[in-house]
Design a protein around this ligand. Structure first.
Ligand SMILES: *Cc1c(COP(=O)(O)O)cnc(C)c1O
Length: 379
């Protein structure tokens, strides 16, 4: 079979045959579907996919095929995309700040749930919504457990949330609540703190809620051992029973990162090893590795020679740079890479499906990613 082949067995097989001189993102439908099934089987409520983590149409189609019927969208373009790929999807619009035109787009696309974190945005939204439409009050707590603080931008304080929840009820809308514990949150107790606080807000407002959306933030496998999601699901179920008792709302979650990260691997080629020391790749922080400066490096890396065979030399710490002429375009710290690595080799980075292709730019003429489908993401 030639290079036109649509599906390859593994990234190594494609690299060996195609020898691409541009970065390649490998999508694995089986891995995407297995992540989706894990959430559907384990999460004690409705699972909605946060589209911004990876809006690839193939990702949406595979998640839908594995039982995901709800999607968290944050913009009219994401709504149109989901409607095109998964026409019957349930849409939740949980970007709490919207222009009137964006609200109109949400109505046009049939959004079923909205969120707010301020009185001004609630009033703006209420002018458009039909009676009873679900509006979730988004609140925040001082951050813990996550890679960075989602509360820095969105979320009412607990006190403000009490007033907002009452205001939702007075307007004749459907009261609900939501939070986001922060992305790559590895502490199951973070969800418990939020759920306990949500129950306190509901009691203080004396406004019952039909649903509680516990956000995204579920961790992906970046370094060391894979984080376990099931203890987080169990902690969420237990905290909800404890905090709400018989009045427990139905639960919703909206994972982005943990849903798609295992479904994709990135191959970046070694352009040069400058004077035997500095490694220059053909992708970097303006491309699919945009998160590295904030989140740290992923250590799930294999180095393959141009024939697709793994390099096995002892690890040597190397400074790694991206291809652009910008001096920020460097991965943090050093990466342990095999001593026998050579120019023309490929770094194959696993677990890179979230906030990678979605945020890659074409800065300095780089960043064009080829998308290739594989049966297995690793060899
Ligand atoms: C980004 C986002 C998510 C997904 O977050 P992850 O950390 O990728 O799981 C979920 N909900 C909202 C409102 C978001 O903005």
């Amino acid at each position: 079979m030639g290079r036109e082949q649509a599906i390859w067995a593994t990234p190594a097989e494609h690299l060996r045959r195609a020898r691409p001189d541009h970065p390649v993102i490998y999508a694995c439908p089986a891995a995407l579907q297995s992540s989706a099934r894990r959430f559907v089987a384990g999460f004690p409520g409705l699972v909605s996919y946060a589209v911004k983590a990876n809006p690839d149409a193939g990702a949406l189609a595979n998640l839908a095929a594995a039982g995901i019927g709800a999607f968290d969208v944050a913009s009219p373009a994401e709504m149109a995309l989901v409607r095109r790929v998964v026409p019957g999807a349930v849409l939740h619009y949980n970007n709490p700040v919207r222009s009137p035109d964006e609200i109109a787009a949400g109505l046009h696309h049939g959004v079923l749930s909205w969120s707010v974190d301020s009185h001004s945005e609630l009033d703006k939204l209420a002018a458009f919504l039909p009676a009873g439409a679900e509006v979730a009050v988004r609140f925040k707590l001082p951050v813990r457990g996550a890679a960075y603080d989602f509360g820095a931008k969105f979320g009412a304080t607990e006190d403000q949330a009490v007033g907002l929840l009452r205001h939702v009820a007075v307007l004749g809308l459907g009261p609900a609540m939501t939070f986001h514990p922060g992305t790559q949150c590895i502490d199951p107790a973070a969800w418990g703190s939020y759920i306990t606080a949500a129950a306190g807000i509901v009691r203080a407002a004396a406004v019952p809620i039909a649903r509680l959306n516990v956000g995204g933030g579920f961790p992906s496998h970046r370094c060391g051992d894979a984080p376990r999601l099931e203890p987080i699901f169990d902690a969420i179920a237990a905290a909800t029973r404890r905090a709400f008792g018989a009045d427990a709302p139905r639960l919703v979650c909206e994972p982005g990162r943990a849903m798609v990260s295992e479904g994709y691997s990135l191959a970046a080629r070694v352009k040069a090893i400058r004077d035997g020391a500095h490694v220059f790749l053909n992708d970097g922080i303006y491309g699919a590795l945009a998160e590295a400066p904030v989140m740290g490096n992923i250590d799930r890396i294999r180095v393959l020679d141009p024939a697709g065979a793994p390099r096995k030399g002892p690890p040597v710490p190397r400074a790694v740079f991206g291809p652009t002429c910008d001096s920020l375009d460097r991965l943090p710290g050093t990466l342990p890479l095999p001593a026998d690595m050579a120019e023309g080799d490929y770094l194959l980075i696993h677990g890179l499906g979230a906030y990678s292709a979605a945020t890659a730019t074409r800065f300095n003429g780089y960043g064009a990613l080829e998308r290739v489908t594989v049966l297995a993401p690793e060899d």
